[in-house]
Design a binder for this molecule. Structure first.
Ligand code: 5GP
Ligand code: ZN
Length: 112
């Protein structure tokens, strides 16, 4: 399997773990865009949010709930952002569904 995030999940590429359970793995982004920048990825390989359907509702909800739990654990009481870049116009560069959790500074809106 050549997918970068599948290799991070199976440990063949090292990463800094933040949280893990049977459904997902969360780790520090290698090129952080904020003081807190964590990626939350499902263990199952799905290319992007665009490839999900009703059968993925529980998994997607779990990723969101885990993001909120990590945000609490990181003390992001002032707020944060959870983003799923999707496809080329969405700025997605790694073809394995992931949520970005960004926080620790004021974040601009709208994104560029
Ligand atoms: P995307 O652009 O697909 O939404 O997000 C991919 C993210 O993966 C980027 O923020 C990028 O910095 C991060 N990333 C790319 N390669 C690696 C890596 O080898 N290790 C880690 N920890 N993050 C990576
Ligand atoms: Zn993958």
């Amino acid at each position: 399997m050549s997918c970068l995030f599948c290799q991070i999940i199976d440990g063949s590429i090292p990463s800094t773990a933040v949280y893990q359970d049977e459904q997902c793995y969360a780790f520090a982004d290698i090129n952080p865009q904020a003081p807190v920048h964590i990626l939350i990825v499902p263990r199952v390989h799905i290319a992007s949010l665009a490839q999900t359907g009703p059968e993925d509702t529980a998994m997607l909800g779990h990723l969101m709930a885990v993001s909120a739990e990590i945000a609490r654990s990181k003390g992001l009481g002032a707020g944060y952002r959870v983003v799923a870049n999707t496809g080329s116009d969405g700025g997605q560069t790694v073809g394995h569904l992931h949520l970005h959790l960004l926080g620790g500074r004021g974040l601009g809106w709208p994104p560029g």
